[in-house]
Design a protein. Structure first.
Length: 256
């Protein structure tokens, strides 16, 4: 895939393999159509997402599934190799995530929401927010091998939906805008279906294809909110001194 030198670089970073597909793959597919270079990063390899494999076995399977999914939109995939239910919110983790931003050099970052149903998601959100701030600071040293240079500026930061769009008490969370993904929804489902280990696990648990069905339900709900077939919701982080203009929507307008 060829990219214009003016196309914004996109980093989508979430906790586990398949989180990105559930929450923003339709939007990433649109960004791919707009010739944006895309990198997908997971904090963990999903080492606890199984009832039959060892942690090492399922990690290898899920990294491969995530790679396959990313390739469907011409994206790169990397794993930061934290572990499920054990992502720490500490200095070492913040430096690892900051180094990730410096190496991928994004203009736009999509990440987990501040409030969600589990700690891995919420800590990912906090670490990425802090890394966006730290990445342009030259004196913030990450102490990683072959450290990349600091960014020129803070990237625009967006949070994806929480699972089912609600807080810890089931109260709906607000959104700033919803992207119409009707034209890329089939591709979003194909990307999600790459994660066969999780799909099969939930088939055993539910006796039906709950993995894809739940994605269809929620995407249709967000689509209904804007009078479209399918959608994905986002909130932009506008705290000082992050960019406040909506670079994501501006970029998506080129994909239409």
């Amino acid at each position: 895939m060829t990219h214009s030198s003016h196309s914004p670089r996109i980093l989508a970073i979430h906790a586990h393999p398949d989180d990105i597909e559930f929450q923003c793959a339709g939007t990433l597919a649109l960004l791919s159509h707009a010739n944006c270079p895309i990198t997908i990063v997971t904090m963990t390899p999903g080492d606890c997402g199984t009832a039959e494999y060892s942690a090492e076995e399922i990690s290898n399977i899920r990294r491969h599934e995530a790679q396959q999914s990313a390739e469907m939109i011409g994206a790169e995939y990397h794993c930061l190799e934290f572990r499920d239910l054990a992502i720490p919110n500490d200095v070492a983790a913040r430096k690892r995530v900051t180094e990730c931003l410096r190496r991928t050099r994004p203009d736009i970052v999509l990440t987990a929401p501040p409030v969600d149903y589990m700690a891995d998601h919420e800590i990912t959100s906090q670490l990425v927010r802090d890394a966006c701030f730290a990445a342009p600071v030259p004196n913030y040293e990450t102490q990683q091998d072959s450290s990349a240079k600091s960014l020129e500026r803070i990237p625009a930061l967006y949070f994806v939906d929480a699972v089912e769009g609600a807080d810890h008490f089931g109260i709906p969370q607000p959104w700033d805008f919803i992207v119409d993904i009707s034209q890329t929804f089939a591709l979003k489902l194909e990307m999600l279906a790459c994660h066969e280990s999780q799909r099969n696990w939930l088939k055993q648990q539910h006796g039906m294809d709950e993995y894809l069905d739940s994605c269809k339900r929620w995407s249709a709900k967000r689509g209904e909110d804007i009078g479209k077939s399918y959608g994905e919701a986002f909130r932009q982080y506008k705290g000082h001194p992050y960019p406040r203009e909506n670079r994501l929507l501006a970029c998506l307008e080129k994909s239409v």
